[in-house]
Design a protein around this ligand. Structure first.
Ligand SMILES: [Zn+2]
Length: 511
């Protein structure tokens, strides 16, 4: 009797004792459709694999331990089928798992995979090969800490690009033949309508990577050559909700805290899109919130949960647009109300009303700088009297990249920068740093981002200028006299501290 025969005999005897059948699965053809029934993680954890569907209600599963009641119970709950356990050789099971779930190779490379249960119903529409390609794209984005993934179709190719620390980096190009498959995968998993190609759509992909729940917010846009997709990576842990982590200078932080402490009035957070407005709003709301306060938010969409806060998501399909949400909240006696963005007159008016009735209102608005923020809200038709009585302050911001801590070196200050420093009353010693590029920062010399800010706490003279409808120039002059530090000056200070570079400040502010 040779080794193999001995092994076989042993397995058969074990099967008999366990009162199950033994199955030799080494040569068995396990069809792809079975992979959707059980997740690869579960299969690997308990050494089992689905091998057959003898009839509609049953499922044959080859197991290393076919008498494990817990696992059998889990299997029937998960698959909603009667489980027929059979014994199989452990090594055969593991190699069959690798073959069936070809994504397993990714896992072996220590690259996490999407949670398979989310994929289950989509497997039949999708080629496994393309699915794996897509998983790799997502995994790569997350490993590199990208904020979005752009998948764009051009005349002959599809480009995948990642946005890392606010800057888009090209990643891969693939032939256009894969277009339909890729589109189908993204749309199926994100629950969009596959057949609708001429309208922009929005969707969501939930996934689990490195034991963390992530959400990809997906947007599609029809373009000349085909659809393009942007997948935004969100993760509640990416929002470090501490107000002192925003990068506000000590003085700016003090002013923001003063505004918040008044517990009423309107505080506006401004900047262009992508300047980290949500993070600042979230952190400030988080700083304010406590169980005894009624704190509400109106968001579009909710980007991360905040403890002790009632968050509402705008949903026009069920008749809850932004204005409906605000009106509904006003009936619940709020102490604090946060609205992610003001773009419309109606919303601006509702928020002023809330601030006038004694609530603390925080809102985001797209504007270039602090004074521009005042003129924008005024342009939304707000009465100068109401604006001057409610507006407490403005926090404007941009995000700049931080010098990579692993490859930074001290550099001499050049004449241009030196003059700017002196002109903005920044005294020596300076600690000018730059990144030389390493693996950690993917050769860019930058890693992570920090805010630069302009914080304006409204003085009485400035309020009376608002009341009189004064020009931008007059208000600017007053703000300077009140000691407001501009975005540029705050940026220079962060250059002097070695946090970022002068090039980066220019890139972000001079456009
Ligand atoms: Zn580096």
């Amino acid at each position: 009797m040779d080794e193999n025969e001995k092994k076989l005999k042993g397995l058969e005897e074990r099967a008999k004792r366990m009162k199950v059948d033994y199955m030799d699965i080494s040569e068995k053809d396990i069809t792809d459709d079975l992979s959707g029934l059980i997740s690869v993680a579960f299969a690997r954890q308990f050494h089992l694999i689905p091998v057959d569907i003898p009839d509609e209600d049953s499922l044959t599963i080859a197991m290393e331990n076919p008498t494990d009641l817990y696992v059998l119970d889990q299997l029937s709950t998960r698959t909603k089928k009667k489980i027929i356990p059979v014994l199989a050789d452990s090594d055969d099971i593991m190699s069959a798992i690798s073959e069936l779930y070809s994504s397993a190779t990714i896992e072996e490379m220590k690259v996490p995979i999407l949670e398979d249960s989310k994929m289950r119903h989509t497997d039949s529409l999708i080629k496994l090969e393309t699915l794996n390609w897509f998983k790799e794209v997502v995994v790569k984005a997350i490993n590199r800490n990208a904020s979005d993934i752009h998948i764009e179709t051009y005349e002959n190719e599809i480009k995948v690009r990642y946005r890392i620390d606010g800057v888009i980096a090209e990643s891969t190009t693939i032939p256009r033949d894969m277009e339909i498959q890729i589109n189908n995968i993204i749309k199926t998993i994100s629950k969009m309508k596959i057949e609708k190609r001429n309208i922009p759509q929005e969707g969501i992909i939930d996934l689990k990577i490195k034991c963390r729940d992530r959400v990809l917010r997906v947007g599609s846009l029809p373009t000349f050559y085909g659809e393009r997709f942007v997948l935004r990576v969100t993760d509640e842990k990416l929002f470090d909700l501490k107000i002192n982590k925003l990068g506000l200078s000590r003085n700016n932080l003090k002013m923001l805290k003063t505004m918040v402490r008044r517990r009423q009035g309107l505080i506006l957070f401004s900047g262009p899109a992508g300047s980290g407005l949500s993070t600042s709003l979230y952190s400030t709301v988080h700083y304010i919130s406590r169980p005894q306060l009624n704190v509400f938010t109106v968001e579009d969409p909710i980007e991360a949960p905040i403890p002790n806060v009632n968050q509402m998501e705008v949903n026009p399909r069920i008749g809850m647009d932004k204005a409906d949400c605000i009106r509904a909240i006003m009936r619940h006696d709020p102490n604090v109300l946060m609205v992610s963005t003001i773009r419309e007159r109606q919303i601006a008016h509702l928020l002023i009303e809330a601030a006038l009735s004694g609530q603390l209102v925080l809102a985001g608005i797209y504007a270039r700088d602090a004074i521009d923020t005042i003129t924008r809200i005024r342009d939304l038709g707000i009465d100068p009297y109401f604006l001057s009585t409610t507006l407490t302050g403005v926090v404007t911001q941009r995000l700049v990249r931080l010098v990579c801590p692993r490859c930074s070196i001290a550099v001499e200050i050049d004449d241009e920068l030196s003059e700017e420093m002196v002109a903005h009353n920044l005294d020596e010693p300076y600690n000018i740093q730059k990144g030389t590029g390493c693996n950690f920062c993917l050769g860019t010399g930058y890693k992570g981002r920090i805010g630069i800010n302009e914080v304006l706490l409204l003085s009485d003279p400035l309020k009376s200028l608002i009341l009189r409808g004064s020009s931008r120039a007059r208000m600017e002059e007053q703000a300077r006299r009140d000691g407001m530090k501009t975005l540029y000056a705050d940026g220079l200070e962060k250059v002097a501290q070695g946090l970022t570079t002068y090039d980066e400040i220019k890139r972000v502010l001079i456009e």
